[in-house]
Ligand binder design. Structure first.
Ligand code: HEC
Length: 183
C-alpha cells in the first residue's frame, strides 16, 4: 500500500498539471465580450436617434457581423453571437454546447438571476469556450419585443426572412456572445 500511494499521488499531480489554467482565458473572454458590446451599442443607439429603428436594423445588419469578424481576426479567438431564437440564420444558430448553455441561462434567468450576470466557461475538447448572456433591455424590445411596429417588421423581413428573434419580454435572455479558442 505504501508503495502504491506515491505512484497514485504522482499520477494525480500529473493530471492536475495537464489541466490548463483557465483563469486568464476567462478574463480574456470577458474582455472581448465587453469590447463587442462597447463597439456595437453606441452605433446602434446613434442610428436609432438619427434614422429610427429601420435605419438601426440596416446598421446592425452590417456592423454586428463585421465587429465579430474583426475581433476574431485580431484576437485569435472565435467570436460570435448565438441565440435559441436566432435572427441571423447564417451565424447565430447555436451548436450543441452553446444550446445547452443557453438553455441553462434561460432556466437561471427564470429562477431570478439577472441576464447580465449569466456567464459560463469551461474546457470543451481541445478548446476553451465561454458564453456571456445578453439580456433584453427596453431598447432591445423595439426590434426583439412582442408587438413590433410595421416598418420594423418589414425591414426585418427584408434582411432576415427566417427571423425568429422576436416575442421577448424585458429581462429575458436574448442570446449570448460565444467565444472560443484552441488550447
Ligand atoms: C434596431 C433594431 C435592433 C435593436 C434595437 C436591437 N437589436 Fe439585436 N439584432 C438586430 C439585428 C438586425 C440583428 C442581426 C445582426 C446580425 O446579422 O448579426 C440582431 C441580432 C442580435 C443578436 C445575435 C443573435 C441573433 O439572433 O442573430 C443578439 C444576441 C441581439 N441582437 C441582442 C440584442 C440586445 C441585447 C439588444 C438591446 C441592447 C438588441 N439586440 C437590440 C436588431 C436589433
Amino acid at each position: 500500500m505504501h508503495r502504491v500511494l506515491p505512484i497514485i499521488l504522482s499520477i494525480c499531480s500529473a493530471i492536475a498539471a495537464a489541466e490548463p489554467a483557465t483563469g486568464n482565458l476567462e478574463q480574456e473572454a470577458r474582455e472581448l465580450a465587453a469590447q463587442f458590446i462597447s463597439e456595437l451599442k453606441p452605433r446602434l443607439k446613434l442610428a436609432m436617434q438619427e434614422g429610427g429603428p429601420t435605419r438601426a436594423i440596416e446598421v446592425c445588419a452590417s456592423a454586428a457581423p463585421k465587429i465579430a469578424d474583426s475581433l476574431s481576426a485580431d484576437s485569435g479567438w472565435q467570436v460570435k453571437r448565438v441565440s435559441l431564437k436566432s435572427r441571423n440564420a447564417s451565424r447565430a444558430i447555436p451548436d450543441g454546447w452553446e444550446r445547452e448553455v443557453l438553455e441553462d441561462f434561460d432556466r437561471r434567468q427564470a429562477a431570478g438571476e439577472a441576464a447580465a450576470d449569466l456567464h459560463f466557461g469551461e474546457v470543451s475538447g481541445s478548446r476553451y469556450r465561454y458564453m456571456q448572456a445578453q439580456g433584453a433591455a427596453g431598447l432591445c424590445l423595439t426590434c426583439h419585443g412582442e408587438n413590433l411596429a410595421q416598418p420594423v417588421r418589414d425591414t426585418l423581413d427584408k434582411y432576415y426572412p427566417d427571423d425568429q428573434a422576436t416575442g421577448y419580454q424585458l429581462g429575458q435572455v436574448r442570446g449570448a456572445i460565444s467565444l472560443s479558442r484552441q488550447l
